[in-house]
Design a protein around this ligand. Structure first.
Ligand code: GLA
Length: 657
């Protein structure tokens, strides 16, 4: 594995254009004092860079870059296309996005452009070309940062141009309108189309909209945003070949299928804001870090943004406790980050984000937050000398994460409301509590390197993907499939005949089960499981037809009482195929995961579940991180570890001493 940078990157978004230039020298002095290596400059600077259409003012940016360079700070230069200036809204109101109710949104916030606006794109690409030409050889330039958080506020627009683009996208996908009719199942409710021109975006409608139309709209919208990034990067590649290009992802972001985006990033970057007041927010954060590493195929990634303390966009914005920010930062490093950046460098004095914490708070340098920022910068500078930078994070368990199943399960008409992200996270959390490192994998990936593969609620699964999972188990892998998997194909058509890929499928054979009828539970209703595995579960029950598997747990009550809840089939090659027809509670999950890990031959770092504490190994160092405000004693990989509140322990990993 090679590192992204020659040393750990540390710093944040730098918005000098919010300030009088007299402050810029002080910024550089403070950056040096905080061991800042990197500033992300110009993310929202379009109006300052192009005050009138086609009139560019880059002198101020050049001064800033020169000062940063003189101070030894490298620059991730933004293409500044995330927020078009006021003149664009005035001259070209058709660039403004339209919501699904048909309301055109106005200027005065940010990201007010339709992803399919040709006019927006034309101006954006001209700006990118000008910036790349002017600054492509600037010695401070380390990487390009296109746009900002594509889709954060506007991930789809229902304007006329977007509808035209949707039609073109559909025509490319289906070729003939009858193929669209087949895929969308338009025999239902008189929805048949006779030409692509008749197709509209799935706007607000009298009742349930066509499920495949909704799915295609999400696919299209993700693709439309990605096309913006790709268009910018094509220019950057042309003018500054070799300078890495990135954009900041938003973790488990519903509106962009990042598996399809990742190949167009030289660096996978992420923004993550765990709620300091939420005792389990580190779980979602850990999963997000693992997702970023997985998107890059295991390569190091960059934390582009986090807050050094409170944010300003929750109802209650907790400040981070002393040490908590350090714990969050080391969580990223332990899970593969080669750099830790923040939003933002200097806390704004005006505007909508003035109450969002920053590396230099309103109180200036002599503040707790800034002292912690300085201390962390020193630590990362020192860490650069070891083996962690650039190192891989080995994982022997994978969870399949599928955006299209997320989209399908989130639709209007479903068997019952299943929160896909939450379902996945509960599986993830059970593994995290045992100190097991997880990779995420896209549906259809080669999973042969993993000892265990977990497939929670992958409702949408092609026959090929289902066959591959079956083969994984038949070839000796430990496969664990959760309820609501392989119910639909990629057109959202039902796999008829006992689900799990349909009658006679290889997946039914591998698991040794079929599903006859769903019997979802009401909210807050639990069910009790008994047998070799006993405990409480929720969300789901169904009637499992066991053909060739051992029943590990049986439903004691409810509609499916007496039927199998958890099954296991031993495969010929020494593998196993588990089916879990319900959502275990935390205790039952822990018991289930213990068995699965034993089955798969995966050694857990924690002998017992350790809620609030996590561990991972990177570059021969074992990191153990306490996310609680209490001291904790744990045994990690056989070693006694004493942790302060929010403490981080680092020691040579077993086998690396
Ligand atoms: C996002 C944006 C930043 C800023 C932060 C605030 O991550 O990219 O510009 O608005 O949120 O948390």
């Amino acid at each position: 594995m090679t590192s992204l940078f020659p040393s750990f990157r540390y710093g944040g978004d730098y918005n000098p254009d919010q300030w009088d230039p007299s402050i810029w020298d002080d910024d550089v002095r403070l950056m040096q004092g905080a061991s800042v290596t990197t500033a992300t400059v110009g993310v929202f600077s379009w109006a300052r860079l192009e005050p009138q259409p086609g009139q560019y003012d880059f002198a101020w940016l050049e001064t800033v870059l020169d000062k940063l360079h003189a101070g030894g700070v490298r620059v991730i230069l933004a293409t500044a296309t995330a927020s078009p200036p006021a003149w664009m809204a005035k001259l070209h109101p058709e660039t403004l996005p339209v919501d699904e109710h048909g309301t055109r949104l106005g200027f005065g916030s940010r990201q007010q452009y339709s992803p399919s606006s040709a006019t927006y794109l034309e101006y954006a690409l001209k700006l990118v070309r000008e910036l790349a030409t002017r600054f492509g050889k600037h010695p401070a330039l380390e990487a390009w940062h296109t746009n900002n958080e594509y889709g954060c506020h506007i991930s789809a627009s229902y304007d006329d141009e977007s509808v035209e683009a949707f039609r073109a996208w559909l025509e490319k996908r289906y070729g003939a309108v009858d193929e669209l009719n087949r895929a969308w199942g338009t025999g239902f409710w008189s929805q048949r189309y006779f030409s692509f021109d008749e197709v509209d975006a799935p706007r607000q409608a009298p009742s349930f909209r066509n499920p495949t139309q909704l799915l295609d709209w999400r696919r299209f919208s993700s693709d439309a945003m990605l096309a913006l990034h790709r268009a910018e990067r094509a220019i950057l590649d042309e003018i500054t070949p070799g300078v890495p290009v990135t954009t900041n992802f938003m973790g488990f972001f519903a509106n962009a299928d990042y598996w399809t985006w990742a190949p167009y990033m030289d660096i996978i970057s992420d923004d993550e804001y765990p709620d300091p007041a939420d005792p389990v927010s580190h779980i979602h954060a850990a999963a997000t870090r693992d997702l970023m590493r997985s998107l890059g195929g295991g390569k190091p990634w960059l934390l582009m943004e986090q807050s050094p303390s409170a944010v300003n966009w929750r109802d209650r914005n907790a400040a981070k406790a002393p040490g908590q920010h350090r714990a969050h930062s080391f969580q990223s490093v332990a899970r593969g980050a080669d750099g830790i950046l923040h939003f933002q460098w200097r806390q704004s004095a005006s505007g909508a984000e003035k109450f969002h914490a920053a590396m230099v708070p309103h109180g200036g340098e002599n503040t707790r937050v800034h002292r912690e920022v300085q201390a962390l910068g020193r630590e990362f500078a020192e860490l650069s000398a070891g083996n962690v930078l650039g190192a891989a994070v080995p994982a022997s368990v994978a969870i399949v994460f599928d955006w299209e199943s997320w989209w399908a399960l989130g639709q209007e008409a479903t068997p019952t409301r299943v929160d896909y992200e939450q379902t996945v996270l509960e599986w993830y959390a059970a593994l995290l509590r045992r100190g097991v490192t997880i990779d995420f994998a896209p549906a259809g990936a080669d999973l042969s390197a993993y000892r265990a593969v977990i497939v929670p609620a992958q409702q949408v699964m092609s026959t090929g993907e289902a066959d591959a999972l079956a083969a994984y188990a038949e070839n000796g892998g430990c496969l664990v499939v959760g309820y609501q998997s392989a119910v639909l194909d990629r057109d959202l058509h039902v796999h008829l005949g006992g689900y799990l890929g349909g009658a006679g499928s290889a997946l039914q054979a591998a698991l040794g089960v079929a599903i006859e009828e769903f019997a979802p539970l009401q909210a807050e209703v639990t069910t009790w499981l008994s047998g070799a595995l006993a405990g409480s579960a929720g969300v789901w029950q169904e009637h499992v037809v066991v053909a060739d598997a051992q029943t590990v747990a049986t439903f004691d009550d409810g509609h499916a009482a007496g039927g199998a809840a958890v099954t296991r089939r031993a495969t010929a090659a020494g593998g196993a195929a588990w089916y879990v027809a319900t959502q275990p509670d935390e205790t039952l999950f822990d018991a289930l995961i213990r068995r699965v890990l034993r089955d798969a031959g995966v050694a857990a770092a924690f002998a017992h579940p350790e809620p609030g504490v996590e561990t991972a190994v990177r570059g021969g160092t074992r990191f153990v991180i306490n996310h609680t405000g209490e001291p904790r004693s744990v045994v990690a990989a056989g070693r006694d570890v004493e942790l302060e509140p929010f403490g981080v322990a680092m020691f040579p990993a077993e086998g690396a001493e």
